[in-house]
Structure formats: C-alpha cells, structure tokens
Design a protein around this ligand. Sequence first.
Ligand SMILES: Cc1cc2nc3c(=O)[nH]c(=O)nc-3n(C[C@H](O)[C@H](O)[C@H](O)COP(=O)(O)OP(=O)(O)OC[C@H]3O[C@@H](n4cnc5c(N)ncnc54)[C@H](O)[C@@H]3O)c2cc1C
Length: 563
Amino acid sequence: MMPLSSTSPDPHTIVIGAGLAGLVAAAELIDAGKRVLILEQEPESSFGGQAWWSFGGIFLIDSPEQRRLGVKDSIDLARQDWFGSAGFDRDDDHWPRKWAEAYLEFAAGDKREWLRERGIRFFPIVGWAERGGYTSNGHGNSVPRFHIVWGTGPGVVSPFIDRVRAGVAAGRVELRFRHRVDELLVEDGVVVGAAGTVLAPDDAERGEASNRDAAGQFAVRAPTVIVASGGIGGNHDLVRQNWPTRMGTPPEHMLSGVPAHVDGRMLAITERAGARVINQDRMWHYVEGIENYAPVWARHGIRILPGPSSLWLDATGARLPVPLFPGFDTLGTLEHIVSTGYDYSWFVLTQKIIEKEFALSGSEQNPDLTNRDLRLLAKRVGKGAPGPVEDFKTKGADFVVADTLDELLVGMVKLSNGALDTGRVREEIESRDRGLLNAFGKDAQLNAVRQARNYRGDKLIRVAKPHRLLDPKQGPLIAVKLHILTRKSLGGIETDLQARVLGRDGQPVPGLYAAGEASGFGGGGMHGYRALEGTFLGGCLFSGRVAGRAAAEQPHGEHTVGS
Ligand SMILES: Cc1cc2nc3c(=O)[nH]c(=O)nc-3n(C[C@H](O)[C@H](O)[C@H](O)COP(=O)(O)OP(=O)(O)OC[C@H]3O[C@@H](n4cnc5c(N)ncnc54)[C@H](O)[C@@H]3O)c2cc1C
C-alpha cells in the first residue's frame, strides 16, 4: 500500500485543475475568505494550463475598442450571431442555452471592467474571427469582436495565478502539484472529496508531457469540489470515439493543438460520481494546422489565424466551395475537408498576403504582444511577415516557397502523396486572377476581401490589397499544407446557472461544481455546435467566477439536496 499524502485542515473547497477556470474559481473563493485546496496533476512548470499557451483572444460586445474603430455592436446582434452559430436543437440544450444567454450578458456587461480591475488591457485593433459568410442569422460574427489581451495568454492568466499565490502566502490556499485525481469521494449521494495518485516528481518544462509513475496515494475531503480539468483535445482516442457522425469518419492524421494533459480523464470520473456529461460529440477543431518545427508536445501543431485572401484548395487541387474562405466557418470547412476523403488541404498565397494575413495562434508565436514589446509590434504594420511566421516559412515542413507557379507545383506534388491534380491548381489560380481585371466581379471570395477592407482594422493590419497571385511583384508564391488540429471540447459536464453539476435525475449532485472546458464552458456546452471565437477563455473566466462564487456560498459541512 502506498503512503497517503498528509492533509492539513479540511479546506472549504477542493479545485481540481490549475488552469484558468480553476484559478478564477479559487480566486473568488479566496476573496470570499474560504480555504482552498488545488489539486493539479502536472508539475508547477505548467501552472495555468492551456490559457498560458493561448493567443488571449477575448469576445466582448460593444466595447470602447470596437467603437473607436467604428464598429457598431449590440447584445441583440451578438445574440443573433451566437444562436445562429450554436444551432441548439437538443433537449440537452436546456442549460447550454441559459448559459449562452448569461454569457452574452457578461460579455456585453461587466466582463471588460472586471478584467480591467485585474490589470488586463486590450490591443486596440479588434480582430474579426469566424466571419460566417451566410445570412444575417446564420453562423459567424457580423462584426469584429476578437479582443486580444495585451500580453496574450499569460496576460489573461497571470492575475489569477498572482491572486492564488497571494492566497498561499496568506495560508488560505494549498497548491498540490503532481496530484492526479482518480476518483471523487461520494457518501450517501454527496460528493465529499477526491482521491487519487501522487505522481512522481518530473522536470518537464511547460507543456511537455510528464511521467505518470505513481509515488503515493492521497484522499482529501471538503464540503465542495469544483471540477475544472479541461477538455479532451490532447486525447485523440477520445476525440475519435466522440467524433460527430455528421462529420463522417475521423481524420486518420491529426495534429494536437493542446498539451497531453488535456486528457479528458476527469469527465468519466465525474460521471461515475453521478454527473451527466452531455454533447460530447460537439468539438472545435481547426483546419489550418501546421506542424511545429520545434515541438513541445507530441504531434504539436500551430494554428494559422488567417486573413481572408489565401486561395483554399482541397488535396486534389479543387477550390473549396463558397463560403469556405479562410477565417469564415471553421467547422463547415472541417466537414467539407473530411468529406473529400483526405485529411489535409492547401492555402496558396503570395508573400504580400502572408505578411499581412498570417497570424499564428499561441502566446509563444506572438512575442511582440506577449512581451508587450512596442518596438517589435511596430513591425506588424511595416514590411515583412512577423518573425515567427517567417521562421515557419523557412523551417516548417508544410511550406513550399517558389518564384514561379511551375516550381510551386513541383513542391506541392512532393508533399501530396499523388493526390494533387496540378492542372486543376493552375486553372483555379488563373481563373481567380482573372477576377481581378475589374474592381468588381462575381468571385465571392474576392468580393469578401474587398468588403473586409471597409473595416479599418482589417485594412490596417489584416487584409492585403487584392492582387493577382501570379503577379511576380507580390511574390514569391507560397503554398501551405494544412492539417486538422484538435483543440477544444464544446460539450461536457452539465451544470445549472450556479455551476452545480447535474445528475442523471436533473438534480444537482450535492457538493459538486464544474467550470471551464470540462463543463463545455458552462451548462455542458454553451456554444452549441459552433463558436464565435474568443469565447473559450471568456467561458472559463465566467464559469470559473460563477462556480467560485456559488461554492463560497455553500455553508461548511452542509449540502443542499435537490434543486
Ligand atoms: C494554443 C492555444 C491558443 C488558444 N487561444 C485561445 C484564444 O485566443 N481565445 C480563447 O477564447 N481560447 C483560446 N484557447 C482555448 C483556451 O485557452 C482553453 O479553452 C482554456 O484555457 C481551458 O481552460 P480550463 O481551465 O478549462 O482547462 P485547462 O487549461 O486544460 O486546465 C485544466 C487543468 O486540469 C488538470 N487536470 C486534468 N485532469 C486532472 C486530474 N484528474 N487531476 C488533477 N488535475 C487534472 C490539467 O493538468 C490542467 O492543468 C487556446 C488554447 C490553446 C492551447
């Protein structure tokens, strides 16, 4: 029998997971004067979870940043976009819908001020993610809403890490790294604690996989437990197992957009304690993944956040259908790519386009914004692509750079396992270029590009002036092989509006709360089928806040059974 790790006086709440959602919940509990125990399976080097790696894009509605750029937004417009994207259509969508409503109020209400009080500031140019391209009430953001935090992911999560560390110093918080929860302790239907394995120490750097060697066991008790253990994106077996039937067969080859600790294990553990886990077939994976030439975790992929101008071709060289343009409809594009029978696609573009339109998602890929480096930032508006983009162009396995189309095609063929019809690629490029003879025309993508430049932010730093791909002055030509990249779970543990975990009878499981990606960012899937972006960090902030506040209300030693 392995030794049980020692336990200091019972905390008021056990938080499982030291990612953004868990840290926000803990910070709320500290503010309410409660004792908190945080259990985290990874070493301290990975403190902060996925949020540390994130780009720090945050969804806000009708912000001063939007208004300064001439964007007119409102909660009604955002609600129309959200529900048009979510497509809620299941009985299980009862709580997800309510969470979506509550989250919209937060994003249009005190979210920005609450973040500012914690020292979080925003880059002045608001990004336009998930543009949709359908009708007004269909999928996508009608207006730019992607507010990048000054300092990216670390800028979002650090204020909460600092708060928790201050709680440790004040004796209110105990942080136990290398503590992996394997079981929730349930007595008479009430969750009373958690038990699991103390993992052996590990020197893994942030994001690297750590060992799973058992060095002991632990069991801890508290009147309330918050599960904030993240999603399933690092566990490709679970992703495949839950792959939505409407998306056909899961792709054979996928990159990982998240570290291995995003393993989804806690979902089944929480289910065993009486929780309902819903909408597990709803997920958010990207279609613009490139292999990281300097991987931190296995199959490490980086997502390109593309502007709208690159020509998007399937593996055979055929252009993707309207409106599947870069940055318009992530899951619509995924569904289409999977239907082609291949698990990759291509961007074809020019040097001019890459310079203005390629951003790479992730804090480490944006040193200017992450390190708040104004000198480096100034280069975004100047000539040349950002350094990390240039590095991928020269070192990345998925890039072909060529002065002529013939040369480009040779490079693409080498990366395409015989699937590419080079004649088709040539025809797609040449016909697209003919669409530029006039300042108007029938090509829907070119029209979307022209239209995007009516938004000041896009014209300034995000959308290149329309030009012929075959114009040598705009070159060299570039082709990028794009892989499918796993990232977020949209479904999860069902919760009510107080983040109480609901059981199979629809009643709260006493003592148990959930927050963040583990709870589908609230309710068991507040996004429905599709997201508007910037809503994942925001969903962790909101659901973590709700869970922390609700748990703090729970009297020590008492439980409310029933609704
Ligand atoms: C590269 C990248 C870019 C992103 N960019 C954005 C963006 O711009 N905007 C946006 O909105 N979102 C973005 N996201 C998504 C967002 O960062 C995540 O959805 C969010 O941070 C998830 O936070 P979480 O606290 O729910 O989970 P996590 O960060 O995954 O934290 C969960 C923690 O729980 C621990 N844990 C799990 N199981 C156990 C167990 N059994 N016992 C103990 N501990 C356990 C894990 O080790 C982990 O530390 C990005 C993500 C990545 C990776």
